[in-house]
Design a protein around this ligand. Structure first.
Ligand code: GDP
Ligand code: MN
Length: 397
């Protein structure tokens, strides 16, 4: 589950990580009230108005702007709230901005220039450890840094059973070129950041930029956080941070129906039981010259109701030109699934206007094929994997 910047910062703050402070607002008037409140809390006289959407690169798209007084706060918030923010990480239509974060300006002048760094904590699945990734090249796109100056990106593997050790935190601060008080602050910052990542069951905390202010404070200006959904049952308070307005509406609906569905770009819809078979089916579709439009695992109980829900969800994608149903009947009997497909097809009437290829294999596969072939419906049946692929190719041709 992805979070907004302001929510990520709330979590950081609760673990003692210093942040650029701010207050979230839904309207320009709320933004002005937030700015007044922020000045009372922090003494700041300049503000940054920051669009809250689940996408990075907001600054580049005009979603992060400096405001030097309350009129500018109002005017800029009015501009940003309701805009379709286009950034290098959104589609061409952009993302509708529902709210802004009014944050204190932390790039104020002082004894030294403010400096930006990049620090993230993430799961390294290859090594089975956590990892701190960091760079002196903060504030810019980390993918660009990785491409053009990969020697400026450092990583530190963290053993999840030990957590971050003091020497590791010192090494990170040292490699970032810090000295004196800033070095001590960075050691504290990285240690608290790792704790926040660990204790919140996150799979990523990306802070870009981490700022050294002109008076040598170290703080998080931005926060991109992904929480592990499988651990959310341990964090009831984080569950409320979910903003479904930011998620793919078809995926939200599928999740509510208990289906594992991931939207993809192709033209062949897939309905499969089991994640492994679903992946195999996607490979098969590619081999047959198609592109999968989705990943969909209907689970063990592929009854008429579930099959119908799955059909309806797949058909919401206008790119789908054919649907391949690929079910292995192990515990669930194929003839029951076949009946489910026939019933769903009957219930849906004209809603299904593209070819459906059904391949059922396993217990009672022959009865299932007969059931489909005798139904009088335009469902194409197959028993072999390759046969199903060939039939998909035929209907796409
Ligand atoms: P992103 O573009 O979505 O990554 O959003 P960020 O939160 O990283 O902000 C983008 C950029 O805005 C930062 O890299 C900074 O250069 C700038 N910025 C953020 N906060 C401040 C601030 O307090 N003062 C000033 N002057 N610039 C800021
Ligand atoms: Mn950023």
């Amino acid at each position: 589950m992805n979070l907004h910047e302001y929510q990520g910062k709330e979590i950081l703050n609760s673990f003692g990580v210093r942040i650029q402070r701010g207050i979230v607002a839904q309207t320009p008037d709320e933004a002005v009230a937030a700015a007044k409140e922020l000045t009372a809390q922090t003494g700041t006289s300049w503000y940054v108005v920051k669009a809250q959407v689940h996408a990075g690169g907001r600054g580049k798209g005009g979603g992060v702007k400096l405001a030097k007084n309350l009129e500018e706060v109002k005017h800029i918030s009015d501009e940003i709230i309701g805009m379709h923010l286009v950034t290098p990480q959104t589609s061409a239509e952009g993302k509708l901005v529902h709210q802004v974060l009014i944050a204190e300006d932390v790039y104020y002048p002082g004894e030294s220039e403010p400096e930006e760094y990049y620090i993230s904590v993430l799961l390294n699945r290859t090594t089975g450890t956590n990892m701190v990734m960091y760079s002196t090249e903060g504030g810019m796109d980390i993918e660009t840094v990785a491409e053009e100056t990969p020697h400026l990106i450092f990583t530190e593997a963290i053993d999840p059973t030990l957590g971050i050790l003091p020497f590791q935190a010192r090494k990170i601060a040292f490699n970032l070129g810090l000295k004196g008080n800033a070095l001590k602050e960075m050691v504290k910052f990285v240690t608290a950041l790792y704790t926040a990542y660990d204790k919140s069951d996150a799979s990523m905390f990306e802070i870009n930029p981490v700022l050294k202010t002109s008076d040598s404070k170290i703080l998080a200006v931005d926060a991109k956080v992904t929480l592990d959904e499988n651990a959310l049952y341990r964090h009831k308070d984080y569950l409320e941070m979910r903003d479904i307005r930011e998620e793919n509406p078809i995926e939200v609906e599928a999740k509510a129906a208990g289906l594992n569905y991931v939207d993809l770009d192709g033209n062949v819809g897939c309905m499969v039981n089991g994640a492994g078979l679903a992946m195999g089916t996607m490979d098969l579709i590619k081999q047959a010259g198609g592109e999968p439009a989705n990943f969909l695992d209907v689970g063990g109980t592929a009854d008429a109701k579930r099959v119908e829900t799955a059909f309806r969800i797949i058909l919401k994608d206008p790119n789908v030109k054919a649907i391949l149903v690929n079910i292995f009947g192990g515990i669930v009997r194929c003839d029951r699934v076949a009946q489910g497909v026939v019933d769903a097809y009957t219930n849906m009437g004209d809603a299904i206007n593209i070819p459906i290829i059904v391949r059922l294999q396993g217990t009672n596969a022959i009865e299932a094929k007969e059931l489909i072939d005798n139904s009088g419906m335009e469902i194409i049946s197959a028993t072999e994997f390759q046969e199903a692929a060939d039939k998909v190719q035929e209907v796409l041709a």
